[in-house]
Design a binder for this molecule. Structure first.
Ligand code: ATP
Ligand code: MG
Ligand code: MG
Length: 380
């Protein structure tokens, strides 16, 4: 029976494990914490990323290795790649771990980005502000997620406060200043590339963030006829440049009808969770298939889907469980402010039916204003 090794044991590893099981594929997970929630559904090795003894033991039990977490040190990924097949390859992982190399690659592939400048010193920040203008966002180049490691500057007067917040990170991870984009919409393309180069994308997803954290995803995103082929072609170009194998997400802003690249996630992605129930093959199933060299599944949507992210704590599951084609996901994590602890997906044959179900649910859980933006996105 094939065994897929997964570095990182969060909810993504958990959902990969659940998707692998029907294919007769087992998983083996490594995490630095014994509390990792994938450990509830898969065997878990607790080890540091530099623990070569534990990693060698792990490598000896698996047919391929992949990631639930893109911040596994690239050196660890490379060390493992000397012993077992690692997908995506460590070089692709390294590019996507650094916002500077990532955005540079986007531009090389013909994907425009917000104006950006590397910042290593306080003087660099002033020079960078002269390039980007204000408002702008200062971000750590590495290790940020869910909006952590970011500071928003309304004007040049906020530079001292921004440096106060992130200056200490400059020496360790480097910083990047980006122009703030007053975008019309945020979209993501979830894509998969097989070992043989076969490439597919799911329909573009529209995303809404609250305080830098994803709160809602609607798929297929409305009004994407012109954007879908461009987004797919750009994702394919990136994947081919990186010789990427597996699923990845490309986060995009739409500004004046044009696509701008925000970041890529070299793994399955929160904005693709709707594919579990809303697509013929989910991102998790196709990632498992891709990294083990199996044929890819159909990435078409079954209808329309809306995903609600549960941040900090879970609401009462009953309203979702009682909704037609409503699907509840509890990651088995301790409640903690800002933490992703679960999600729910509503599916329906089309966007209008989906809105009806979503509005009824939103009333019972207090998400009316969020779902009002979904109605607006669907043309009122
Ligand atoms: P994650 O990896 O969880 O998606 P992250 O911490 O890597 O998040 P980003 O994707 O860089 O963070 O930013 C989070 C959100 O903040 C974006 O989805 C977007 O809503 C907003 N944001 C980030 N950069 C910009 C920008 N340059 N202009 C406008 N909004 C931005
Ligand atoms: Mg990110
Ligand atoms: Mg992001």
């Amino acid at each position: 029976q094939p065994v897929l090794g997964i570095l990182g044991g969060g909810q993504l590893a958990r959902m990969l494990t659940l998707a692998a099981a029907p294919l007769g594929i087992k998983t083996l997970v490594v995490d630095t914490s014994a509390e990792a929630c994938a450990g509830q559904v898969a065997p878990l090795i607790v080890a540091d990323w530099s623990d070569h003894e534990a990693l060698a033991e792990f490598a000896s039990h698996v047919d391929a290795v992949t990631f639930d977490f893109e911040n596994v040190p690239a050196s660890t990924a490379e060390w493992l790649a000397g012993r077992v097949a690692v997908y995506p390859n460590p070089g692709a992982l390294a590019v996507a771990q650094d916002r500077l190399t990532e955005k540079t690659l986007f531009r090389e592939c013909g994907l425009a980005t917000p104006e950006f400048v590397a910042v290593d010193t306080r003087e660099d920040l002033d020079r960078a502000l002269a390039v980007t203008g204000a408002p702008a966002i200062l971000k750590t180049r590495r290790l940020g997620y869910d909006g952590k490691g970011q500071f928003r500057l309304r004007s040049g007067a906020d530079a001292d406060a921004a440096w106060e917040a992130l200056g200490a990170q400059a020496a360790i991870h480097g910083l990047i200043l980006e122009a703030f984009v007053p975008f019309e919409r945020e979209l993501s393309v979830i894509a998969v590339r097989g070992r043989d180069g076969e490439f597919r994308t799911w329909p573009l997803t529209r995303n809404w963030h609250t305080d830098g954290v994803l709160s809602l995803s609607l798929a297929p995103a409305p009004d994407i006829e012109a954007l879908q082929p461009r987004a797919t072609a750009l994702a394919r170009k990136l994947a081919e440049r990186l010789d990427y194998v597996g699923v990845f997400a490309l986060e995009l802003f739409v500004k004046d009808g044009e696509l701008l690249g925000n970041e890529m996630a070299p793994r399955v992605h929160n904005s693709g969770h709707w594919t579990i129930e809303g697509a013929h093959a989910s991102q998790f199933e196709n990632h498992v298939r891709a990294v083990l060299g199996l044929p890819l599944g159909d990435t078409g949507a079954r209808g329309a889907s809306l995903m609600f992210n549960w941040i900090g704590a879970l609401p009462d599951p009953a309203p979702v469980l009682c909704t037609v084609d409503g699907h509840w996901h509890d990651y088995g994590k301790q409640a903690r402010p800002g933490r992703k602890v679960g999600h729910a997906t509503l599916c329906a044959p089309d966007a209008q039916a989906l809105l009806g179900r979503a509005e009824a649910l939103a009333q019972t859980i207090g998400w009316e204003s969020a779902v009002a933006s979904v109605r607006e996105a669907c043309g009122g």
